[in-house]
Design a protein around this ligand. Sequence first.
Ligand code: ARG
Length: 472
Amino acid sequence: MSNDKPDSATNPAAKLWGGRFSEATDAFVERFTASVTFDQRMALEDIQGSLAHAQMLSEVGVLSGDEYHQIANGLKEIAVEIEAGDFPWSVQMEDVHMNIEARLTERIGATGKKLHTGRSRNDQVATDIRLWLRGRIDRIGAELTRLQTGLVDLAEREADTIMPGFTHLQSAQPVTFGHHLLAWNAMLSRDFERLMDCRKRVNRSPLGAAALAGTSYPIDRARTAELLGFDAPTENSLDSVSDRDFAIEFCAFTALLLTHLSRASEELVLWASSQFDFIDLPDRFCTGSSIMPQKKNPDVPELVRGKTGRVNGHLIALLTLMKSQPLAYNKDNQEDKEPLFDAADTALDCLRAFADMVPALKAKKENMLAAAAKGFSTATDLADYLVRKGIAFRDAHEIVGQSVSFAIEQQKDLAELSLEQLQQFSADIGADVFEVLTLEGSVAARNHIGGTAPDQVRAACAQARVQIKGRH
Ligand code: ARG
């Protein structure tokens, strides 16, 4: 193959692999099999991988020092060209790897053709994806931490704010708003742990696996792993070029993350409605209606909720892509990139939306309190009070049930009944009952690890901050 690139429409030799071909690739097939339109996102990682590979080759004596310097300088110039948006991407060159390699040879001449020694696109692409994903994981982790920091600050500010807690979306028992926010934080902490666990398996170097069986050159896999900041080389060459389980794991992380964010979104949407009216979302996170002038729609949380569908889809896409693939590399795996890229983009965008929005939401404390006062949310406290007076819990449950039924008839809350009215149901009820029927008394009484008492919420916030700080 000469240095001059012949026209690929007529000449198969225009391809880097064109040697054994006697006719040019069909134009449709060229477009169908190409990945450069999307895998060029990994261009800088591709160059990073090539630089490490070339350096290692020079260190083991496969490339001369001079050849290495020519290659390294050429690759660095190409990186500049790519970042400036001046790189001439070509579908004829199929993918990011061959585009860059061909460009290198175009720029530095025949030495460029030595870069691919002891390497295949199969280990190259696996390396690029891992490098790219590692970078995304770190950005997503930082954004998750930013969200959690804002969430914990808000939880602390709202440690004393009382709201109804729900089961079945029916008023159940009063809780503090801070406690509710810390429930979200607990979900996100586990997501962070999952992300970091996934990172360990992403951060291994497949470079050196070559096409599938390894290479006959005296390569140093530990060296390239080290140069690229990987923890170690992967174990098995066949596995290294073929499995994308690390990408599937990452997509599983995004599916769970978005599932959690969608639950929080749903609550934000409900709370912002005039029916609940618990919070005010800043105008900058909402949009209006083109026909109904009164509307302020919570589009941002709605969209986050909606985007859960697409990341769940990406997880299923990758699982299905991997299923039943025989060892080792198959072209099927080219389909891993778009779902993976989009899952990472979506996770990052949704975290950003939440990290910006959550600290800015305003709790409407009076409305939350008024809602908590409705719906007999301290009924359990009355039952617990009776148990403390020596009544068995089941009997206490029955007594409170009758009291609630009476209060409904009277159109009053339990706390609004008189002592005499309450005593109809149990002679054990004394004047001290009204302390337990208050919302403040109810939440303060749940004073144990993981409970809703304001003091516990403040302690949990302090704990969460220690946990978040320990990440850096
Ligand atoms: N574009 C390919 C991919 O994304 C690179 C590896 C191609 N390898 C091959 N033997 N055709 O998977």
